[in-house]
Ligand binder design. Structure first.
Ligand SMILES: Cc1ncc(COP(=O)(O)O)c(C=O)c1O
Length: 307
């Protein structure tokens, strides 16, 4: 799934031609991973207008990640919001994935060095369904990974910090090589945490459960969207710990994320989830979600930033 080249990338306050948006081989973050990033989606709605979904929340989380990673981002929340809008407009694209990144550039490579400049960029590019259209429709096959989320004092899960994604990348590569589409990660105590880049929900007897944000997970914005929509449908949602075996006996399991949107899980560790297809509650949630981002839903306009 290569990235299709567009025209420009927003770098440190201005638009730079796509091919010139690069950095030095000795940029600090490339070596040690102290950077903060986001993943955001812009959708084309049924009326033809493009809107970025929950942009403010993503930018606020980016700044939180910067705080966690001791990166002094030189841009304010409103400037970063404007940068996201500007880069999508400049590339004349109607639907895309946005990737803001705040990182340490070239200057010195000492671990504690304060010399490297803090650099900020926002790129956008076309990106279809993360698990494919079939994955969205029929559900995906997952394995529980041997890689776990780390202790709260070893990893700061509330931030999207570049280097923290090594375990996600390794878990996902292992899942692919083992014939699965996604890896599910446990927390240090062995409870279910999340996917490599998604939060997880388990449905049993009509009740939806998802691990609490106080556990070793990213506080996903799509997770929050799903909780609000499910409760709006009258579904009981509990934020509580989930054990691995509860995955195997669930009626439905689905993953939420900006990339993955609402992805049903049809099999885990070679056990069928429910009937081995997208369950009714998952489908209903997908309908509501896609009606907001791509359709005609008018009740959640506050989540949309129109271009
Ligand atoms: C580890 C992890 N968990 C969960 C998510 C889902 O978060 P969101 O819905 O905000 O994209 C992501 C993606 O950003 C992630 O990287």
């Amino acid at each position: 799934m290569g990235i299709k080249k567009l025209e420009s990338i927003w770098v440190d306050g201005s638009l730079v031609p796509w091919d010139q948006a690069s950095d030095h081989m000795l940029a600090h973050t490339m070596h040690y991973g102290v950077g903060a990033f986001e993943g955001i989606r812009a959708y084309q709605r049924a009326d033809g207008r493009t809107a970025i979904f929950r942009l403010r929340e993503h930018v606020e989380r980016l700044l939180d990640s910067c705080t966690i990673a001791t990166l002094d981002c030189p841009f304010s929340r409103d400037q970063l919001i404007a940068a996201c809008v500007e880069v999508v407009r400049a590339n004349r694209i109607t639907a895309c994935y946005l990737r803001p990144l705040v990182y340490l550039g070239y200057g010195a490579l000492g671990l504690g060095s304060l010399e490297p400049p803090v650099r900020t960029m926002v790129a956008c590019y076309e990106w279809g369904a993360y698990h494919g259209d079939e994955g969205l429709r029929k559900g995906i096959r997952c394995m529980v990974s041997g890689f776990t989320r780390a202790n709260a004092n070893a990893s700061m899960n509330k931030g999207k910090i570049c280097g923290q994604y090594v375990s996600s990348v390794l878990a996902k590569r292992m899942a692919f090589r083992s014939g699965f589409e996604e890896a599910l990660m446990l927390d240090p105590q062995g409870y279910v945490a999340e996917g490599t880049g998604e939060n997880i929900f388990v449905v049993k007897h009509g009740v939806a459960r998802t691990p609490p944000t106080s556990s070793a997970i990213l506080a996903g914005i799509t997770r929050d969207t799903a909780i609000q929509l499910l409760r709006g449908h009258g579904v009981e949602v509990r934020e509580e710990l989930i054990s691995r075996d509860e995955l195997y006996i669930a009626d439905e399991v689905f993953l939420t994320g900006t990339a993955a949107e609402i992805t049903p899980v049809r099999e885990i560790d070679h056990r069928k989830v429910g009937r081995g297809e997208a369950g009714p509650l998952t489908r209903r949630l997908q309908e509501s979600f896609f009606s907001i981002v791509k359709g005609t839903d008018a009740k959640h306009d506050h989540w949309l930033t129109y271009l």
